[in-house]
Design a binder for this molecule. Sequence first.
Ligand code: CU
Length: 76
Amino acid sequence: MTTTKISLQISDMMCEGCQSAIQETLEWLDGIIETHVSLEHKSAEIAYNPDKINQEKISEAIKEAGYTVDSAKQLA
Ligand SMILES: [Cu+2]
């Protein structure tokens, strides 16, 4: 299985409530392997299976949860 790793910048993550809401949103998505949301860095590192999900779908889910993805970069 291939894994893609990305880092998303989410600048409207303001508190621990936002952090866990984003974490839970990501964990519920099919194809997500691992996710680490950092309030300090206002970022989410996500490892996912590219056969099941992609960066756009992940960003969309975060938007639906009420947050904004400012930028994304591929990690590996
Ligand atoms: Cu908050």
